[in-house]
Design a protein around this ligand. Structure first.
Ligand code: GCV
Length: 608
């Protein structure tokens, strides 16, 4: 098991009752040689302050603040960087969430690390010691909210609000001492399972059903964080059926949960998933803004709109979703995806911290009030399938606490905690490799922001025409002359959804950053890039480079002294990544060569 806290066993007899008690236990278990006096100041909440030096520290904080402060000390101790002086720390966001897409049958939608840690055979069923490890993993990096079930709520997940409530209460009790509050994804049409003839949010019977349901649920789990809702999206029910808008739907639920301090996290991933590919008037990335921006200011105080980082769906590169820069009168959460659905499925390496840095460079931190990420864990022994994919879970916690973290420092800290035996040189090699892995993956997959050249449905491996004549609104429209979509004023006008200064960066193909070029522009293969290369040559070069970098990555990994429990798995997955990179490189280059008829200037092998 390669989780970073594997080296800090909690004593088997320990059964903490509260986060502050957990803090004391964790410290005494992990750092018996460290003298720490704890000072509980409830009003500090998640915040903590530390003063002292390695001969003794004073740690003050609220119930959870002490826990996060304790982990700060434990991890600093383990990474050999305990400091003298004082530290004050407060999280940027109160809600630091993980969303699991786990189904009651134990499967995980877009899960790449085994089966669910919570569900089996239609109900909650778990190993308490693994739950404790998960809770500790979350607490150790300051994560505090966990939605355990899939946003696609399919029967029998509804039972979590019904006869499975006592089981839910038992699970919540396991997480509570670690400062982790549960959340549930709910089915908007659930009242109809109980004799209510409609799920219309303006119907009094519906409102009464949700109010009574909230009362029952919060009686069983008094600190439940709230409900997460995917409505009117990819087959999920929602207010549209009744001619109502999403503020009507979200506010009705918000009213039901408000007496108990609950929030409604309402997802903005809504688009027409039955588009006709012949329809050029519809441009999928425009959908979230068109739907939600007019509703700014209409949502209740305890509603948070959860917005994916890009306007499509977690592609290797997308511009920032315009919703994240707009809707000033609405609370928003940024949604990231740790599960590597389109980004290598925890076979290929894809370290996300550099990508998140770019997101926060485009979006001031105060535009959002919460943060969420789709989980990348499952019941594989090491939790994340690929041992090195744990870096994304760890660094996400650091980011949720402080979005200005430096990606290099965050990744380097995870390596120090996970592979403490590495020399400084080995440590740097792995840090560099992980930090460059996203760019490498990007080079050998879909070019220059175009996205969507993956194998349909599984989303692993190349299939450039796979989605081209399908219903999902994800087209590249490559023909013999050109590729890409014009999303400027002369095209679909998606660009106008951004503030003018932001839009300006992308408006002309001459100025648009290369990596976003084909997201915003349709260009001939002979287009001259700023560096003098033609567009097609740049695409060929990227693909050959991506493959060469993957080969080099393999050599580096082979040279590193990973512990025996990780090494075979890392190398096995690396071989699969290399095969995948080769496939992508050859398929994309061949696809575009066959269309364009333009050979590689360097005469490298492209199949015809
Ligand atoms: C949970 C994409 C994924 C779906 C996922 C959906 C979402 O479409 O492929 O598996 O459903 O996003 O975020 O709701």
């Amino acid at each position: 098991m390669n989780a970073w806290l594997n080296r800090f066993p909690l004593s088997a007899s320990a059964d903490p009752a509260s986060p502050s008690e957990t803090a004391a236990l964790e410290l005494s278990g992990a750092c018996p040689d460290l003298k720490v006096s704890l000072n509980l100041q409830k009003e500090m909440g998640d915040r903590f302050s530390i003063s002292g030096d390695p001969s003794g520290y004073h740690l003050s904080g609220g119930e959870t603040g002490l826990l996060y402060g304790a982990w700060h000390l434990i991890l600093s101790h383990a990474a050999n960087d305990l400091c003298s002086g004082s530290v004050e720390s407060a999280p940027r966001y109160a809600l630091r969430m993980i969303n699991c897409w786990d189904n009651p049958d134990g499967s995980i939608e877009r899960g790449y690390s085994g089966r669910s840690l919570f569900f089996r055979d239609g109900k909650l069923s778990y190993d308490p010691s693994r739950i404790q490890t998960l809770a500790r993993l979350m607490a150790s990096v300051g994560l505090n909210t966990l939605c355990i079930n899939n946003v696609n709520v399919r029967f029998p997940a509804q039972k979590l609000l019904e006869e499975d409530l006592p089981d839910l209460a038992r699970l919540a009790a396991l997480f509570r001492p670690y400062g982790v509050r549960l959340m549930l994804s709910v089915d908007f049409s659930q009242p109809m399972r109980h004799g209510v003839p409609t799920a219309d949010p303006l119907d009094a019977q519906v409102q009464a059903w949700w109010a009574e349901t909230a009362r029952r649920v919060w009686t069983a789990v008094p600190d439940l964080a709230g409900f997460l809702v995917k409505a009117d999206s990819e087959g999920q029910p929602g207010p549209f059926t009744y001619g109502r808008n999403h503020a009507d739907g979200a506010n009705m639920l918000a009213q039901a949960v408000r007496p108990f301090g609950g929030v409604i996290v309402w997802r903005c991933f809504v688009y027409n998933c039955r588009q006709d590919w012949r329809d050029t008037a519809t441009d999928r990335p425009k959908a979230p803004w068109n739907l939600y921006a007019p509703l700014d200011g209409c949502f209740a105080e305890n509603v948070i709109l959860q917005v994916k980082n890009g306007p499509f769906d977690f592609q290797v590169r997308e511009p920032l979703s315009p919703l994240l820069l707009g809707m000033p009168k609405t609370q928003k959460a940024l949604e990231l995806q740790l599960a590597q659905e389109y980004t290598g499925q925890q076979i290929d390496l894809f370290t996300m911290a550099p990508m998140w840095k770019e997101i926060f460079e485009d979006m001031p931190e105060d535009r959002i009030s919460a943060i969420a990420a789709v989980s990348n864990w499952g019941d594989d022994e090491n939790y994340t399938g690929h041992p090195l994919a744990a870096v994304n879970l760890f660094t996400y916690g650091l980011l949720a606490w402080n979005p200005s973290i430096d990606p290099r420092q965050a990744v380097s800290r995870w390596i120090a905690l996970t592979y403490p035996g590495f020399t400084a040189g080995e440590h740097t090699l792995l840090t560099d490799l992980l930090l460059s892995s996203r760019r490498t993956y990007e080079k050998y997959t879909a070019p220059l922001g175009i996205g969507w050249m993956v194998t349909p449905h599984t989303h692993y491996g190349p299939n450039p025409s796979g989605y081209e004549y399908d219903l999902w609104g994800t087209y590249h429209k490559a023909n013999h002359e050109a590729i890409g979509i014009d999303r400027t004023a002369g095209g679909t006008d998606y660009l106008s959804q951004y503030p003018a200064d932001f839009a300006q960066k992308y408006a002309s193909p001459e100025q648009c950053p290369d990596l976003y070029l084909l997201f915003f522009h349709r260009l001939p293969y002979t287009w001259r890039m700023r560096d003098g290369r033609t567009l097609i040559q740049r695409i060929y070069d990227d693909h050959f480079e991506g493959l060469a970098e993957t080969r080099a990555m393999r050599d580096t990994l082979l040279s590193l002294p990973f512990p025996e429990e990780d090494r075979p798995e890392i190398l096995r997955r690396m071989d699969r990544q290399l095969a995948n990179a080769r496939e992508w490189c050859d398929v994309i280059n061949t696809f575009l060569y066959r269309l364009s008829g333009i050979p590689d200037e360097h005469g490298r092998k492209i199949y015809d």
